[in-house]
Design a binder for this molecule. Structure first.
Ligand code: NAD
Length: 338
């Protein structure tokens, strides 16, 4: 059995604890959280191992530790993941891996030197829809992908140390890295700050890639409705993932356009439409975190490749940095609506 420590028992930590406890490969030996109330909550959830007030102390002082799971605020990820790897334990870090690509590069290199697993909780890759989209793209069923548009909207949850981009975008960007291995050649982004000046709670971003295709995203903590929607346009098929739809969450449309080879100069092209039907794609049910925890155990035990390894986490951080750079450039970001 792998002895594991869990750092951070706030909103997300309980989900990780529940899945770690349920997995036969793991024994949760310790939990760390500075909040006495949160440590008590871990006891009430059945954790009977050691308790620490700080993640660094857990990593430094706990005698037997094969792995650490980090679910503390984003700003703590780098130091805690580095200390875990330096100690010689495997680490699963919540998304995003860290706040700078230089830190991500250092973690990936350290994990390689230490021969330890560095994984990121890119949960979306382990959901039924995320897994089905990855397979569909790998099988080439969409044809040549030309665009992707996503919306991930909620009312909150406002985070203590990051803006909405670094909170919500890692999910969609982890899937985007499945569709596209390049980094964008152009990024535009605008944000709005309704609560904290300089901390956008709504972000719209457009990414353009060298191959010509584009990705557009809308992330928000200011929406009255929860929306989880992604459209991927391909030359052969188009895909719509609407996680809250009642008539099929993942629809593959046999629809598209055909542009005639030649058109008279100066005239608007009228494409031909392919208006086929749609099929609801089957997908695995069950909790994504259970699959992720199982994958973490398998990667540790068999030294297998991970779909959510440090290298992918780093690519997501690089994309976040590019979008943040574009946001910083945009005057709207710092303007508080009156
Ligand atoms: N994968 C997902 O779908 C998902 C969903 C929600 C949150 N998250 C991620 O989980 C992480 C935590 O988010 P949250 O919403 O649970 O935040 P949270 O603020 O609710 O919880 C964080 C907890 O960490 C504790 N903490 C702070 N510093 C610590 C330290 N040095 N050592 C130990 N504990 C410490 C805090 O007291 C708090 O209880 C973030 O990285 C977030 O992006 C992931």
């Amino acid at each position: 059995m792998l002895s594991v420590g869990l750092i951070g028992y706030g909103h997300w930590g309980p989900n990780l604890l529940r899945n770690l406890v349920a997995h036969p490969a793991f024994h949760v030996a310790a939990v760390a959280d500075p909040s006495a109330a949160r440590r008590l909550a871990s006891r009430e959830a059945g954790h009977d191992g050691a308790l620490y007030e700080d993640g660094a102390a857990l990593i430094r002082d706990h005698a037997c530790l094969d792995a650490v799971v980090i679910a503390s605020p984003v700003s703590t990820h780098y130091d805690l993941a580095r200390a875990t790897l330096e100690r010689g334990a495997h680490v699963l870090v919540e998304k995003p891996l860290c706040t700078r690509s230089s830190e991500g590069e250092a973690l990936v290199a350290l994990a390689r030197r230490q021969n330890r697993v560095l994984m990121v909780d890119h949960t979306l890759l382990f959901t039924g829809p995320g897994d089905a989209i990855r397979q569909l793209v790998r099988q080439g069923r969409l044809g040549r992908i030309t665009y992707c548009e996503g919306q991930r909207l909620n009312l909150g949850l406002f985070q203590p140390d990051v803006n909405v981009l670094w909170d919500l975008a890692p999910h969609d960007l982890s899937l985007l890295t499945e569709l596209q291995d390049e980094l964008p050649v152009r990024v535009d982004a605008v944000g709005q700050c309704h609560v904290n000046p300089g901390v956008p709670d709504i972000v719209h971003a457009s990414l353009r890639f060298a191959s010509g295709w584009t990705a557009h995203f809308h992330w928000s903590w200011m929406s009255p409705e929860k929306v989880r929607r992604l459209v991927i346009g391909g030359s052969d098929r188009m895909l719509v993932w609407d996680d809250l739809a009642s008539d099929g969450r993942l629809k593959l449309y046999d629809r598209g356009i055909a542009v005639p080879g030649s058109a008279k100069a100066g005239t608007m092209i009228r494409p031909a439409y392919r208006t086929g039907g749609w099929e609801a794609l089957p997908m695995a049910e069950g909790e994504a975190l259970a699959r992720l925890v199982d994958h973490f155990a398998a990667v540790i035990e068999s030294n297998a490749d991970s779909v959510a390894d440090g290298a992918r986490g780093l690519r997501v951080v690089k994309l976040l940095e590019q979008i943040q750079f574009a946001l910083d450039r945009s005057a709207a970001t710092t303007k508080k609506p009156s």
